[in-house]
Write a protein that binds this ligand. Structure first.
Ligand code: PMP
Length: 295
């Protein structure tokens, strides 16, 4: 079957899927989105992703035209219509079609589209060798400007940091907040292991609160580790025994160096590997079955 996209309630062949050049998602990055993953016919933490989507929409005063159950069904139907059981789903809600001015009130109503694909974020070597990180000069947007816990279509702050990463020939970049505390990476959350305890920046550092982050916190505590959410600095990353990133695409990805300095032994750590195995078990047993969701 040819791949299809969901656009405003209709399925259209992916090759013909179009949105207007007057859509404010395109003109101004005015909208919100989610990246969601399905494993073996089950959508991982669909409720949590949709709760974040609706919270993000509230954060930019955007009213999503579908209710929660309708959106859940739309996601599952898009995966099913593409014949996928393992999938990466991109769900986007824009302010919709307006004129060339900023004013959202001139928009006729939100555009909702969903794409289901099969991308893999990092190649398998990354999980064996670990990622090379740099610390970015680009500071994470302060909550007083645009709350980073809103997953908006405005990703330029992260993209500017990602360009630094590319220039340095690295894999990912650590973004600090205005006070110099570690916030997150350009598209992943960050965790440390130090003296057998696991630490991740507290939400007060200003970040996207990852669905994977929350799942990894649960898995870490279930495995018997002390897990602390707190503010820390780049020096604490450099002094850690292990460091790993979390995200929907990455799952748990080990970090081998930051700014050219090895973290711990410079190889993926045992706690990181143990937590990744536990996370994979969680993705295999949990999730909304696609056939249940489509109803
Ligand atoms: N931080 C940022 C800036 C992100 O874009 C993402 C999603 N790719 C994450 C963290 C991780 O969030 P999640 O675990 O929900 O994918």
């Amino acid at each position: 079957m040819p791949p299809v996209a969901f656009i405003d309630g209709e399925f259209v062949p992916l090759a013909e899927a179009r949105i207007s050049v007057f859509d404010h998602g395109l003109l101004y990055g005015d909208g919100v989105f989610e990246g969601i993953r399905a494993y073996g016919g089950r959508v991982f933490r669909l409720t949590e992703h949709l709760e974040r989507l609706y919270a993000s929409a509230r954060g930019i005063q955007l009213e999503i035209p579908l209710d929660f159950a309708g959106m859940e069904a739309a996601v599952c139907r898009t995966i099913a219509a593409n014949g996928l059981t393992d999938a990466y789903v991109r769900l986007v809600v824009t302010r919709g079609v307006g004129d060339l001015g900023l004013d959202p009130r001139k928009c006729s109503g939100p555009t909702v589209f969903i794409i289901a694909s099969t991308i893999q974020l990092y190649p398998p070597e990354v999980y064996q060798a670990g990622l090379r990180l740099i610390s970015c000069r680009t500071v994470r947007t302060p909550a007083s400007s645009l709350d980073p816990s809103i997953k908006s279509l405005n990703y330029l702050n992260n993209i500017l940091a990602k360009l630094e990463v590319a220039r340095a020939g690295a894999d990912e970049g650590i973004m600090l907040n205005q006070d110099g505390h570690v916030a997150e990476c350009t598209a992943d959350n960050l965790f440390l292991v130090k003296d057998g305890e696991v630490v991740t920046p507290s939400p007060a550092a200003g970040m996207l609160i990852g669905v994977t982050r929350n799942a990894v916190i649960e898995v870490t505590r279930a495995a018997g580790y002390v897990l602390r959410e707190e503010l820390f600095e780049l020096e604490d990353v450099l002094a850690a025994d292990e460091c790993f990133l979390t995200g929907t695409g990455a799952e748990i990805a080990p970090v081998r160096e930051v700014d050219g300095r090895p973290i711990g032994t410079g190889e993926p750590g045992s706690v990181t590997n143990q937590l990744h195995e536990a996370f994979k078990e969680l993705t295999a047993r949990e999730g909304t079955p696609i056939e249940v969701g489509v109803r």
